[in-house]
Design a protein around this ligand. Structure first.
Ligand SMILES: [Ca+2]
Ligand SMILES: [Ca+2]
Length: 243
């Protein structure tokens, strides 16, 4: 049933994308709201304009330890700002291998293939950041929050769209249990080696309200397209939702 849904969703999405050249790849699209934030690990009011993106999709092979996140993405003319609130009952930083510590990874590409990978740890400030990125993490009662600034110069932004990926490394007792990605971004677990697995982030959507459940206002051709694409993504979400 899952595969049938995925194939049906892919067919719908392919149809939607074939109908226009606005999107380069058949994938999940999220929208950044317009805004600017201060990178301090505290959620600025500007993020309230952003759609909440659920980070709850895992590789089927993963050991589910319950870690989830919610991401908010905003952007101005020079930077993307991401705030992620992570629910994690066992924040763990004990592994000597950095990707096996609780952390958020941010992936961009400047040419569509070369992977730019940054890692922000739940604890401490010795983050592994590409040039120009800034990040702060803060422990919370529920787990931890991460805020990161990504220069648009570090991305392949073109026509208001870019390839982007967020990954939680969910760890406990010195090992990584699973990786967690945005709802619908079911290939995200290959992000470290496959830039084509990223989702599309649209910076043009500040005047278009789209939520992950697949609803959008009908305010013209571009909104109708967004509805078609997001609806297809919604179908994928149904197929790939974490168990
Ligand atoms: Ca902030
Ligand atoms: Ca953990």
């Amino acid at each position: 049933m899952k595969k049938l849904l995925s194939l049906a969703a892919a067919a719908v999405l392919l149809t939607a994308v074939t109908a226009t050249s606005a999107f380069a790849a058949a994938d999940t699209v999220f929208y950044a709201a317009k805004g600017t934030a201060t990178i301090d690990g505290v959620k600025d009011a500007a993020y309230d304009a952003a759609t909440a993106i659920n980070l709850n999709t895992t590789d089927d092979l993963a050991t589910d330890d319950g870690t989830e996140g919610v991401a908010y993405i905003i952007a101005d003319d020079t930077n993307i700002y991401v705030f992620v609130s992570v629910t994690d009952s066992a924040v763990d930083s004990t592994s000597a291998t950095t990707y096996e510590r609780d952390s958020l990874e941010v992936f961009t590409t400047m040419d569509g293939t070369t992977i730019e990978q940054s890692r922000i740890f739940a604890e401490g400030d010795a983050h592994e950041l590409k040039d120009g990125l800034e990040a702060v993490s803060v422990k919370t009662d529920a787990g931890y929050d991460v805020e990161v600034k990504v220069p648009l110069a570090n991305t392949n932004v073109s026509d208001g769209k870019l390839a982007f990926c967020l990954q939680l490394n969910a760890a406990s007792e010195g090992k990584r249990n699973m990786t967690v990605h945005a709802e619908g971004n079911s290939d995200g677990y290959t992000a470290w080696t496959n830039a084509e697995s990223y989702f599309t982030l649209s910076l043009d959507g500040s005047d278009v309200t789209v939520d992950n459940a697949g609803t959008a206002p009908e305010t013209g051709a571009s909104a109708a397209l967004a509805l078609a694409v997001v609806s297809a993504a919604g179908a994928v979400i149904v197929a790939s939702k974490k168990k």
